[in-house]
Write a protein that binds this ligand. Structure first.
Ligand SMILES: [Zn+2]
Length: 79
């Protein structure tokens, strides 16, 4: 159930680890993004981020025009 209507891909609750390379910290944020060349406009891919990597990952996606929104990890749809 996508209660927020974010259209984000569900994330596994046993894998809430930061998406930054080499980082094994618990994720606290979900970065929602979309690559218009690959994904339907309403699709949202999710990267997870810890506090240390949230800004870095947002900038990475933002520089490519992919970043849409950052939400708390508790607001993501879990499977
Ligand atoms: Zn991290």
């Amino acid at each position: 159930m996508d209660v927020l209507g974010l259209g984000a891909d569900p994330v596994a609750t046993d894998a809430l680890v930061c998406s930054a390379k080499g980082c094994r910290s618990d994720a606290r944020w979900g970065l929602l993004w979309n690559n218009p060349k690959l994904h339907a406009p309403a699709r949202r891919k999710v990267w997870l981020a810890c506090d240390d990597h949230r800004e870095h990952l947002e900038q990475f996606l933002g520089a490519r025009g992919f970043w849409k929104q950052t939400v708390g990890v508790d607001d993501l749809e879990h499977v």
